[in-house]
Design a protein around this ligand. Structure first.
Ligand code: SF4
Length: 710
């Protein structure tokens, strides 16, 4: 039977899902999506599927994935953006679909290496204080009976001690010498990869998928790929390909390499060469050479530190680009980014500092590699083998940092953009570089590896047009998508559930936002989320709201009152609270029912135009004869805006009001796609108190409707 037909049968009333879930209701959009996914699995090619909240996306792709894996030899990989969504799919949704269908296929979950416990590091872990001792003991007990070794699943007795211990026991991708590791048999990471190799359905996250696009063999070959939250894939791929060199990166290598100075026994690999290999070396000449080498490395470490500091100061102080003053990073006061287009623009004629640091990297790489050979000659058994492997590994990291430093300072690749970034109180800068566009990479290294691929999200289009998202992922030609695209309607009566207002409160965003939020809080004691595009304006609004809000109201500002995760939990439990957020709160957070009824968007979320990547992308689009603002900036902002607005209505019985404090939504020439993304027409208001009264009236009216329905 065709996969599409099987999927249809499982979803219809009386079908497998209805028999398994007593409250199951057939949803037209879910059935359509599941059928389109099944068709893509069978025919091959790429489907971009936009399905809003409430459609039941995960079941719509897991169901055909399971049926397909059962019927064929093909391997399916499902990627979602966060580890918590990955856990939810693996622990709840996928087992439920398997059980409902009454079938069984091998399944696996694979996260990045640093998420797994490293038994070797656990063996060597030393505690500072009673709490850490307790955490390490509990971890050892847990590890003894554990299958996955996934550190997210460990329930630590003391959260603070665990926060300190975790990085010391997590598998370290930079320092794992897997091939000769004595604990390799118990290695959880190796086990997770073996399980993925045997599975027919593997659940991964975007970060791992992006890494696998660069690292051959990290994921077993797959035939079918499903990417959920696909609107975030390009950003994750860009992050994966980005290169950076900082003083900290080199300092980290110096620390690992170690020295015989500053302590009786010395530190790092150098000290281990002396204690592990030196006493066993039979050849006098080899002994002499290695003593000379480790002495030289120890001396060089101090010089290298100074030279690296000098170079990164020079980078910070140099003109570094025609742009003049620093570019605020995402409008934040936390750092600047300055683009440079050539080595001359970055360092002028003074290249001596760079040459010296490159030479240090070469010397450390070569001497460590040579030391690995000497350690092997010492025949120090398993510890010697491990040490030699670590020396090789750190040597190759020195080579890598050298190559990155040279590539970034030369700034030669026309398809890349280069910049230096600097935090406000630092005297040194960091060098960074990124491809300008990653469409070709996404297509060849990721999507083309699968015979069939489904990219799904609640936000992929701009007023039904997928061109922008398709282009960013290498799936468009001549400005039009080259793949199948489909949008599915919301199952919720959104036009009844929400009202939207534009508030024109003057040019000062922080003043306008605090005024309208204070009025909303006075008119209705409901939870309000306020989304900003700038930390600086968030902070100013917070300062004003502290005195404007009615007494007793909880006011939470991201990174001012705590990290986002903690504030989200406090906000969910509060009544009449105001949560001010940036970036991470625009998407991926779920506030159903009364946990959120008032959403305020401070500004339409355009990227900062002089961000180096945005600027470079604009140049490429102009070369292609496109207007960067219309072709790129507007659709990108529309997708972000839709994500933000999507926080408001999460269930069929939710209600809420949206206030956008940006009059451009009412009068800008490019307002149409933003307005088209709202289920209701927004009304323009200039009186914050009247707007708040109207919003409160709507919420009370919806309360009454809800009571009548009950
Ligand atoms: S191979 Fe060894 S060092 Fe690497 S993660 Fe596994 S146990 Fe740790």
């Amino acid at each position: 039977m065709a996969l599409e037909t099987q999927v249809r049968a499982a979803l219809e009333p009386g079908g497998a899902l209805a028999r398994y879930w007593p409250l199951y209701e057939e949803r037209h959009a879910q059935v359509e999506l599941a059928r389109d996914v099944a068709r893509t699995f069978e025919r091959g090619g790429v489907l971009m599927a936009e399905a809003p909240t409430g459609v039941g996306k995960s079941v719509a792709y897991l169901l055909p994935a399971v049926l397909h894996a059962v019927e064929t030899d093909e391997r399916v990989v499902v990627a979602t953006c966060t580890k918590s969504l990955q856990d939810q799919l693996f622990e709840r949704d996928l087992p439920a679909v398997l059980e409902a269908l009454g079938v069984s296929v091998p399944i696996a979950r694979l996260k990045g290496k640093a998420n797994y416990l490293c038994p070797r590091l656990l063996e060597m872990a030393e505690a500072t204080g009673d709490e850490e001792t307790e955490a390490i003991d509990a971890l050892k007990q847990w590890a003894a009976g554990e299958t996955f070794g996934d550190l997210d699943r460990f329930d630590a007795p003391d959260a603070e001690a665990w926060r300190r211990v975790r990085p010391r026991v997590a598998a370290d991708p930079q320092n794992c010498s897997g091939a000769v590791c004595r604990r390799g048999r118990e290695c959880f990471w190796a086990r997770a990869r073996r399980m993925a190799g045997e599975a027919r359905i593997t659940i991964v996250n975007h970060a791992l998928l992006a890494r696998a696009a660069e690292v051959e063999g990290l994921l077993p070959p797959y035939d079918v790929l499903v990417v959920d939250e696909a609107h975030r894939l390009e950003g994750v791929l860009l992050g994966q390909l980005e290169r950076s060199v900082s003083r900290h990166r080199i300092e980290d290598l110096l620390r690992q390499t170690g020295s015989l100075r500053g302590g009786r026994r010395g530190s790092g690999l150098v000290a281990r060469i002396r204690s592990t290999a030196l006493p066993l070396l039979v050849s006098e000449s080899t002994r002499e050479r290695i003593v000379g080498d480790i002495d030289m490395l120890s001396k060089r470490a101090d010089e290298a530190r100074e030279d690296v500091e000098t170079l990164f100061r020079q980078v910070a102080e140099g003109t570094g680009g025609a742009g003049g003053a620093g570019i605020p990073k995402g409008g934040s006061p936390y750092g600047t980014r300055k683009r440079f287009r050539s080595q001359h623009e970055l360092l002028g004629r003074e290249l001596q500092g760079l040459q010296v640091v490159l030479e240090h990297c070469d010397v450390f790489a070569n001497v460590l590699r040579r030391s690995a050979g000497a350690v092997t000659l010492a025949e120090a058994g398993a510890p010697g083998e491990e040490l030699a492997a670590e020396l090789e590994l750190v040597s190759s990291r020195w080579t890598q940092v050298r190559d990155d430093l040279l590539t970034l300072t030369e700034a030669l690749d026309p398809d890349w953009v280069y910049w230096k970034s600097q935090s406000p109180h630092s005297k040194v800068a960091e060098l960074r570089g990124s491809p300008v566009m990653i469409g070709g990479f996404a297509r060849q290294q990721l999507l083309a590896r699968a015979r069939a691929a489904v990219l799904t999200s609640a936000t992929l289009s701009t007023a039904g047009d997928f061109s922008w998202a398709a282009d960013r992922l290498g799936l468009a030609r001549g400005g039009a998508p080259e793949c199948e695209v489909a949008s599915y309607p919301s199952p919720f009566p959104l036009h009844e559930q929400m009202r939207a207002y534009v508030y024109d409160g003057g040019a000062d965003e922080a003043v306008a936002v605090s005024e309208v939020v204070a009025q909303l809080a006075r008119a209705a004691e409901r939870n309000a989320l306020v989304l900003f595009t700038s930390h600086e304006r968030l902070k100013r609004a917070r300062a004003r709201l502290a005195s404007l809000l009615p007494p007793g109201r909880t006011l939470l500002a991201q990174e001012v009152d705590g990290p986002a995760g903690l504030l989200v939990e406090r906000f969910r439990k509060a009544k009449g609270a105001v949560l001010l957020g940036v970036q991470s709160l625009w998407e991926g957070v779920d506030f159903p029912g009364e946990t959120l009824e008032m959403l305020v968007v401070a500004k339409l979320p355009f990227s900062v135009p002089d961000d180096p990547i945005v600027e470079a992308r604009g140049e490429r689009l102009r070369e292609r004869g496109q207007d960067p603002f219309r072709a790129d900036a507007v659709p990108e902002a529309v997708v972000r805006f839709r994500q933000g607005v999507g926080r408001l209505i999460r269930r069929s019985d939710d209600r809420g009001v949206l206030v956008v404090c940006d009059p451009r939504l009412a009068n800008a020439s490019y307002r149409k796609p933003f307005r088209a993304s709202l289920p209701v027409e927004p009304e323009l208001w200039r009186d914050a108190r009247a707007l708040a009264a109207e919003a409160a009236r709507f919420l009370i009216e919806r309360d009454e409707v809800a009571r009548e329905d009950v």
